[in-house]
Design a protein around this ligand. Structure first.
Ligand code: FES
Ligand SMILES: [Fe+2]
Length: 332
């Protein structure tokens, strides 16, 4: 299968900025206690570690002492990160907690001398807040909705690296005419598109192909910021897709899915649910070769019926506005 462009065509994505926001960088289970990991996203790197207390911390990669890369040989010491070069230790605020050969640590060094990244774990996913000017978080990470009956069953975990800017992947959901052409399903006959602050809601009543033939179903998308979309599929079954898109660079995106279904399904319903989930995975596999090779179309030649692509981009422009200040109220 062709997974990337085979030519040196300029596809234009390098000219788009990398948006700010909360972005998934790993699954919680990927970083056990006491582990240090170098993360490569947003066209840069940072170093994340999980202390003995189980909490995650993240800092810029280079030690302010003499510039060693903290992710190359750095070790967790208690809850702190120890630099490989002269064994200085740093806490999650970027403050120096120990220098093995002196007690003369200035208050400002103790306070913070290494830039940090806000980190949170939500629904088994590790998110960091990225902003090129280090402006504080502006919204909270969304959680998957409460399960109507008991606990959601995690039924599938997937990830893909796609050669495209991250704006294009959620945009696909507003591109009504590709549903038939690419996925063989009818476009939404009734769709609601709403922007509420940092959130976008799409509610679509669509005819779906199920193993029992076509039936009407509801697709309810809540996208929070540029990095996270939670979609509920309610038809013969009830599935939640927790999707995260994270820019590796302006031209490459890491897509993650965690698929959940309701508990207590009969064998028959479970088979239908698994078929539904396979169908979703097939759909992204249909989109990926197009994404890997298309160009950035800043002025698309849109016609009647194409869907709210420009309204989507209008909201998205806010995630490129790096001068908009953080809100006065600190977001938890
Ligand atoms: S460079 Fe990190 S302790 Fe010296
Ligand atoms: Fe698609």
């Amino acid at each position: 299968m062709v997974t990337g462009t085979l030519t040196s065509l300029d596809r234009g994505y390098a000219n788009l900025p990398i948006p700010y926001g909360w972005f998934a960088v790993a699954l919680a289970a990927d970083i056990p206690n006491g582990q240090v990991k170098t993360m490569r996203y947003f066209g840069t790197e940072f170093v994340m570690w999980r202390g003995g207390d189980g909490a995650l911390r993240a800092v810029d990669p280079f030690c302010p002492h003499m510039g060693a890369h903290l992710g190359i040989g750095g070790q967790v010491a208690g809850n702190d990160l120890r630099c490989p070069y002269h064994h200085w230790r740093f806490n999650g605020d970027g403050g120096v907690t120990k220098i093995p050969y002196t007690d003369a640590i200035s208050p400002s060094m103790k306070n913070s001398c290494l830039p940090t990244w806000p980190v949170e774990e939500v629904d088994g996913v590790i998110f960091v807040w990225y902003h090129p000017h280090k402006v504080a978080p502006k919204w909270e990470i969304a959680r998957i909705p409460a399960c109507p009956e008991g606990e959601w069953q995690l039924a599938g975990v997937y990830d893909w690296v796609v050669n495209i800017h991250c704006r294009e992947i959620p945009e696909n959901g507003q591109d009504y005419q590709h549903f038939g052409a690419v996925h063989g399903v009818p476009g939404p006959p009734e769709a609601e598109f709403k922007i509420i602050g940092w959130t976008r809601r799409n509610t679509v009543v669509a005819e779906m192909n199920t193993p029992r033939g076509p039936m009407e179903g509801m697709i309810d998308v809540t996208a929070t910021g540029p990095g996270q979309s939670i979609t509920e599929f309610k038809d013969v079954t009830h599935v939640v897709m927790n999707q995260q898109v994270t820019p590796i660079t302006a031209e490459q995106t890491h897509v993650r899915w965690q698929l959940y279904h309701i508990p207590g399904l009969s064998d028959g319903k479970l088979r239908v649910t698994q078929a539904r989930m396979r169908d979703l995975v097939n759909q992204i596999h249909q989109d990926i070769p197009i994404w890997n090779n298309k160009k950035c179309e800043e002025r698309p030649l849109l016609v009647k019926g194409d869907g709210p692509i420009l309204a989507y981009r209008k909201q998205y422009d806010r995630f490129f506005d790096f001068d908009e200040p953080a809100p006065d109220i600190k977001v938890a």
